[in-house]
Design a protein around this ligand. Sequence first.
Ligand code: PGA
Length: 252
Amino acid sequence: MRKKIVAGNWKMNNNLSETNELIAGLKNEMNSITLENTRVVIAPSFVNLQQAVVETKESSIEVSAQNLHQAKNGAYTGEISADMLASIGVDIVILGHSERRAYFNETDESLAEKVTTAIENGFDVIFCFGEQLEEREAENHFNVVESQLKNALFELSADAFDKIILAYEPVWAIGTGKTASADQAQEMHAFIRSLLAKAYNTELADSVSILYGGSVKPANAKEIFSKPDVDGGLIGGASLKAKDFSEIVKSI
Ligand code: PGA
């Protein structure tokens, strides 16, 4: 049975003391939640990852990075390698977030390299993709998603998909307060599963967790998560408040 996952993408938020405070709040809230077949993940900034690993050690919360560099090491000023992350106990990474594609020039090609590096280093990858508003309005969203997945992922071996978590995030729904309807999410997730079935096989398609991301809040999480092909969420804004994030976890 594929896993359900609720992941919090903290983006460029929370200094060290805020990180400690939020994790303490989350651990407190999580005490009253029984998780079945569900992973709860937080993705703090690079500088606070090590602290987050220490603070979550005795809890069911897992820690993810928000990016990594594709090269093993070397002259890449300002970048972070898979080995550096692994050495502090981080083995999950978010790749391909629309903000990285838009502001840091990440392309399907560089993302394919990053995914390969992450998989070779034993990471779970939360791979993000999704269409822009104009692309949906032009009814081109299925084509866009298909090419994002084909270009960045479909050269991988079937085995690699044990480590891939997909996160469909329509760009028009990120940080805008506009959520895709539960039916729109379900429609796209079912389409994604059909692409996986075509490129690999139905067993693999059924085993990959597909998260929805984009303005998920306590008020809409339950409806979105109730859809059969939605296996959880990637949460931005609402992951910055312990109460909201744990309410979302409870909705799974
Ligand atoms: P949001 O962000 O929940 O604030 O819309 C989601 C994301 O960027 O992953």
